[in-house]
Design a protein around this ligand. Sequence first.
Ligand code: C5P
Length: 297
Amino acid sequence: MSDGTVATPIFAAAYAKINLTLAVLGRRDDGYHRLASVMQTISLCDTLRIAVGGADRFDCDVAALAQPDNLVVRAASLLRAEVARPDLAAEIELHKEVPAQGGLGGGSSDAATALVTLNARWRLGLSLARLEALAARLGSDTPYLIHGGTARIEGRGEIVEPLPDAEPLWLALVKPLVDVSTPAVFGALTPADYGDAADTEAVIAAIRAENPLPFERLTNTLERGVLRAYPEVADIKKSLLDLGAPLVVMSGSGPSLFAPFRSLREAASLVERARGRHLNVWLCHSVTRAQVQAARE
Ligand code: C5P
């Protein structure tokens, strides 16, 4: 609304993601790396409260993120510039649940949710393709998070192919209390670390065939370097395996680790035992593309 009227505010969920697979295939001339990945949105989410019209205002319950350079504010500015409508205003509050810098796409999902919701609430009518192009300017994960659900990711992250929803899974998710720098994790890779897309293709084949996910193919090229550089992350992975997790994989550039389960009882039992060891752990689950999109209406 550009007449100063404040529309009824809405809440929109910004779901986190995990990488079911992440293969780094090589380094590009622009310094970014070529990826092959299967991403999946999960139930852990941030919440945006958006009221269009009125004053232009942004606030966040994590003080360090309540800044004009927040990706949510930048998403709103990009949209305004794209349609040459500097008059468009929105009051946005952001409640963080997804740990920042965790390899879970939290900030990217906040930005993607702001793009999709503001496009609708400001009645701009931009296509998903145009929103994706804007999203690519905010980060490598953001175009995928415009869609959510299960998807194949290629390029530096900007090539997104939505896939049928993968097998629904319970997840025990742990965010180790160390800060890991994404550029440093990618920067530490050598050609010997580069992998191929075989695990990614095997997982996609299972998804297309509506088969259970082959847990042994859930792998992440970036994991080895992070476990080496941050022994506390390696210790947490070992603890989770000792406590009975069938598999523990790092998400994105880390340091978050996830363990997938088909049974709530098994997931909850691991989560309880991990909390007993004072680990920062959530019990969550995969979320479909339809759920992601419905949570932004
Ligand atoms: O694009 P985004 O801001 O998410 O990326 C953060 C950093 O991660 C980049 O500056 C780059 O160092 C590294 N990166 C990469 N290759 C990718 C994605 C990210 O090297 N495909």
